[in-house]
Write a protein that binds this ligand. Structure first.
Ligand code: THU
Length: 163
């Protein structure tokens, strides 16, 4: 029996000032996008900003629905928009900002499982990593250098025999 431990480096910043100028800017765009989230049911607002290789920033925010599963998370709104508008441009980095209207969120919200899978698709498609920057309204900032870090053993098109 072989045993393998899978791990990754999570960077934890206590203050936004420790981030690069580019990361600060991208996080700012995610925070701005969060303000337009449509989250009347959960009152949990999320903003996402994706920086593309061509310098464009594409934003998203969660869009909820009275039929709950019909809504979509901020991250997927952002990456699907990036895919729709710039199909041949790689995504370099995604910043995510989360806040609740009900309570103080002081730990970064990492993307949900469905968003991880969706973002992983683009990482696989473009053959380059997408770094993730996560922050709540308070507390530390998390950064990881690839979606593959937080979605190990991912399912991708190689299983379908068409990679
Ligand atoms: N949500 C996001 O938009 N991104 C996440 O990373 C986690 C959850 C949204 C979905 C739903 O509108 C609300 O937050 C509560 O789950």
């Amino acid at each position: 029996m072989e045993k393998k431990r899978i791990g990754f480096d999570l960077l934890i910043f206590e203050d936004e000032a420790e981030l690069s100028q580019n990361d600060q800017k991208l996080l700012g765009a995610a925070e701005e996008a969060r303000k337009n989230a449509y989250a009347p049911y959960s009152r949990f607002k999320v903003g996402a900003a994706a920086l593309l290789e061509n310098g464009e920033t594409v934003i998203g925010n969660n869009q909820e629905n009275a039929s709950y599963p019909s809504g979509l998370c901020a991250e997927r709104v952002a990456v699907f928009q990036a895919g729709a508008r710039f199909p041949d441009v790689a995504i370099v980095s995604i910043a995510i900002s989360a806040a609740s209207e009900e309570h103080v969120v002081d730990m970064p919200a990492a993307p949900c499982g469905n968003c991880r899978q969706s973002i992983m698709e683009y990482e696989h498609k473009q053959q380059s990593p997408i770094s993730l920057l996560m922050k709540a309204e308070k507390g530390p900032i998390f950064k990881c250098s690839s979606m593959a870090d937080i979605l190990p053993l991912a399912f991708d098109n190689s299983f379908l025999g068409d990679s």
